[in-house]
Design a protein around this ligand. Structure first.
Ligand SMILES: [Zn+2]
Length: 227
């Protein structure tokens, strides 16, 4: 079964980067053909729907595990470009840097590779924890599972945001944008369907043509995602 609809393009063609307002260049990931590269035809809703007889907690757990694994693989390839020097902060747009809450509950700036390493290690430990993500039959999900997965979702979203903002040229160079777009659109659609995403986190400010908020808006306009 093929969900993907590849759009061919030549690496030699000049890359679009139309300025949308003085001083603000439109990021490549919002430009055609990249914004629609290899997305599922039509809407993602059918992929995220709970299969018949499946338990919703298990369905969420399995999907989060997959999103984590796929994002981790992408990051593994891009990690050599994401260094303390290239990314001294966890940037997600020209004027948005995420901060990390440390053990003293203080909000601190970290270089992106450090931030992402913390997120991925923390998420991996949760996924490996049988009390949080039970894998044996008959195990119950704890009452805190929904809030835990929302927390995981929010942090994975930040990793996506940084990769789109800071590493899209490398994603294009690897010709991975069809897969990366598909993974991210699936992640957004799933998060929306199961209320794991805080839409305010995604949508950003209206009228601001940068960041993953703008990508969300474009995909919504294209009918890829629900409003
Ligand atoms: Zn980076």
């Amino acid at each position: 079964m093929s969900f993907f609809n590849s759009i061919g393009r030549s690496m030699n063609q000049s890359l679009p980067g139309t300025p949308t307002s003085p001083g603000v260049a439109k990021p490549l990931y919002l430009c055609s053909p990249f914004v629609e590269a290899a997305l599922v035809k039509g809407n993602f809703k059918h992929i995220v729907m709970l299969p018949k007889y499946a338990d919703v907690m298990e369905w969420v757990a399995v999907n989060i595990f997959d999103f984590y694994q796929n994002l981790n693989s992408f990051y593994g390839v891009l990690a050599e470009c994401c260094t303390q020097q290239s990314c001294p902060s966890m940037s997600a747009s020209p004027n948005l840097n995420y901060t990390w809450i440390n053990q003293d509950r203080k909000s601190v700036q970290l270089p992106a590779p450090t931030y992402i390493d913390y997120v991925m290690t923390w998420a991996q430990n949760l996924l490996d924890d049988e009390t949080v993500f039970p894998t044996k039959s008959g195990r119950e999900f704890s009452q805190t599972f929904p809030s835990t997965v929302k927390h995981v979702y929010r942090q994975l979203l930040r990793v996506f945001a940084h990769l789109y903002h800071a590493h899209y040229p490398q994603i294009l160079h690897l010709r991975s944008e069809p897969h990366f777009n598909s993974l991210f659109a699936h992640f957004l659609a799933f998060g929306k369907e199961y209320e794991l995403l805080d839409i305010k986190d995604v949508k950003g400010q209206p009228g601001v043509p940068v960041g993953i908020g703008a990508l969300w808006e474009r995909w919504r306009e294209m009918g890829i995602l629900d409003s």
